[in-house]
Design a binder for this molecule. Sequence first.
Ligand code: FCB
Length: 400
Amino acid sequence: MRWPADAPAFLLGVATSGHQVDGDCPPTHSDWTDWEDAGRTRERSGAAARHWQHFPDDLARFRQLGANAYRFSLEWSRLEPDPGRYDEAAVAHYREMVAACRQHGLEPLVTVSHFTLPPWLRGGWLSPAAVPRFAALASHMARALDSVRLWCTINEPNVLALMGYVEGQWPPGQHRPASAMRVLSAQLRAHRAAYRAMKQENPALWVGIAHSLVHFRPLRPTPGDRAAAWAADRLFNAWPIAHAGPQDFLGVNYYAPRWVSPATLMHPALAGSSPGPTTDMGWSVDPEGFTAILVRLGHRQKPLLVTENGIATDDEAQRAAYIHDHRAALERAQAAGADVRGYFYWSGLDNFEWAEGYRPHFGLIAVDRDTQARTVKAGAAAFTAWADAIRPGAPPPPPR
Ligand code: FCB
C-alpha cells in the first residue's frame, strides 16, 4: 500500500469520539444514552462539548495548536436511526466535517464505531444483524465521505468486550467472560466484513483497527509473575491483532502499563497494582512501555499509527511532560525500526469519559461545561513544540 501522496508524511493530530464530545445525544438514543438514563455513569453526557455545532471553530483551534490531522468517529445511531435507513442530514453533517478538515489542513482519520451502538441492534455485537449492518454502514460512509483515505473500522474491540462483558461497567453490564470472547470475535468479523466492503468502494483506502494495547509488567521478578504478564499480553494485546484479518496499518491506543501476577490475573479486569505516581485515571506513566510496544509491533512489518495517547490531569506541567516523554519514546521506537506514521493525542477537547463522566480532563483544550467556552491549556505547548519540529522545512532535531 502506498501512503496517500499528498497526506503529511507524519500525521500529528488530536482525537475525539462522537458520543464523548458531540452532545445532545440523538433522539434515537444509543446503548450509551440508555445506560446513562439507567444511572450507570457518574453523570450524563448531556451537552458534552457541543462539538456537533462547534466543530468548525474546534477544528480551527486544533490547527492553531499545530495539528495536521484529526481523528473523529461517526455515531451509528444518528446515521442509521432504523435498520437500513440512513439519515441524510447526519451523512451531510459528516461531509461538512470532512470539508472543514480539508479547509484547515487536517487529514481526517474516521472511526466508524467508537463503542456506542444503535438501540435497535438488540444484543449489540452478538446480534446476527451486527456484522452485515456494520459492513453496510462502513461502505455507505466510505462512499459518502469519498475524500477520506484513512479509516479505523472499530475502536478497541478488546476494551468493549472487557468493560461490557467482564467488568460490567459499560453496557450491557455483564460478567460473562465467555460472552466477552464471543463479542470480541464478532467485532473482528465485523472488521473483516467492513474492510472488504470498503476496499470494494476504493482499494486505495487505508483501513485498520484502533487496538488498545497495555504494557503488562510482572509485579515481582518471579517466574509466576512473568508467566502472568505473558498470558495477559497474549490474550489482551496479541490475540485481537492476530485474529483481526487484513489491516493496512495497526492502530495503537496506548496509555499505561499494568503490573500483574497470577493472583491479579484471576481478577476479571486483568488489573494489577500501579506503584508510583498515577494520573487522574489512576494509571501509571510509562513511556518505556510505549517504546516497547511500538518496537514489538514494528516487527510485523506494517505501518503503525498511534491512534490515541494522552493523560488525564489538571497539572499542566504533568501533561506537557507526558507528551514530551511519549514523543521521545515514539522517536526511540522509530530509531529502532518501527514504521510509525502518526500520533494522535487523546484528546483535543475535555470530554465525557464514559463511566467516569466529566471528572478526568484529557483535553489540550478545556471546555467550560456551563458556557461551552474553550481555553487552550498550558500543557498543549508540548504538542505545539512537536508540531513545529515536524513542519516541512523545520530544522532537523538536535542529536540526542
Ligand atoms: C480509550 C478510549 C477513549 C477514551 C480513552 C481515555 O480507551 O478509546 O474513548 O476514553 O481511552
